[in-house]
Design a protein around this ligand. Structure first.
Ligand SMILES: CC(C)(COP(=O)(O)OP(=O)(O)OC[C@H]1O[C@@H](n2cnc3c(N)ncnc32)[C@H](O)[C@@H]1OP(=O)(O)O)[C@@H](O)C(=O)NCCC(=O)NCCS
Length: 172
């Protein structure tokens, strides 16, 4: 499946993307707030092939973020579909990606979750130390509704997204 954004394209990952995903997730500095992946490129391939079944069942979508010129820029995943809410995460963008990649990919995820999948809200957690990402979500209009020792738990309502969408329409 392909989602066409303004400057980016989101493509569901394939087994042949294992090497890219593996390399991205092995970047220790960048992934300290993401769960650590174990194993090798081979085990990543196996993970993707299991994921492809969940994708068929419409339980989860894992996207490669690419530029329109087909340069690989990052990754983002939408999952944990509950009655009226979806989660998203595994969000990882190359340091040298164009500046608008983060905003554009977040907008495309919300467009997909709210309008294509029909959810009313989104829920996700962010490590408390991940200041930059916490600031990103707050600026977008998401609200902290709970916390644990490690994480802040956010929700973002579709009605609030509609306001954000208007504000960021130049990125859509
Ligand atoms: C999370 C991640 C994908 C976000 O991408 P990013 O490019 O770092 O995002 P930024 O917050 O720097 O936003 C990109 C640019 O858009 C700007 N921006 C972000 N939100 C904005 C907003 N609401 N309005 C205006 N500008 C905004 C930022 O200021 C930044 O520009 P700058 O570099 O001039 O300051 C990236 O930091 C990453 O891969 N992190 C490691 C993994 C991780 O922690 N993932 C999240 C786990 S929950």
């Amino acid at each position: 499946m392909i989602i066409h954004g303004k400057n980016i394209v989101l493509k569901t990952v394939e087994v042949y993307d294992a090497e890219f995903i593996f390399t991205m997730r092995k970047n220790q500095d960048r992934t300290k707030y993401l769960s650590q992946i174990t194993g090798t490129v081979e085990s990543q391939k196996e993970w993707i092939s299991n994921y492809k079944q969940r994708e068929k069942d419409k339980k989860e979508f894992y996207f490669l973020i690419e530029s329109k010129g087909k340069e690989k820029l990052g990754l983002v995943r939408i999952y944990d579909f509950q009655e009226d809410s979806f989660s998203w995460g595994s969000w990882l963008i190359k340091e040298d990606a164009p500046k608008t990649t983060a905003i554009e990919s977040a907008l495309q995820i919300y467009e997909f979750g709210f309008y294509k999948l029909g959810f009313e809200k989104s829920h996700f957690d962010v490590r408390k130390e991940n200041d930059k990402v916490i600031a990103f979500h707050k600026r977008f209009g998401a609200k902290v509704v709970n916390e644990s020792e490690l994480d802040y738990f956010f929700t973002f309502e579709k009605s609030d997204y509609e306001i954000t969408k208007e504000k960021y329409k130049r990125y859509l």
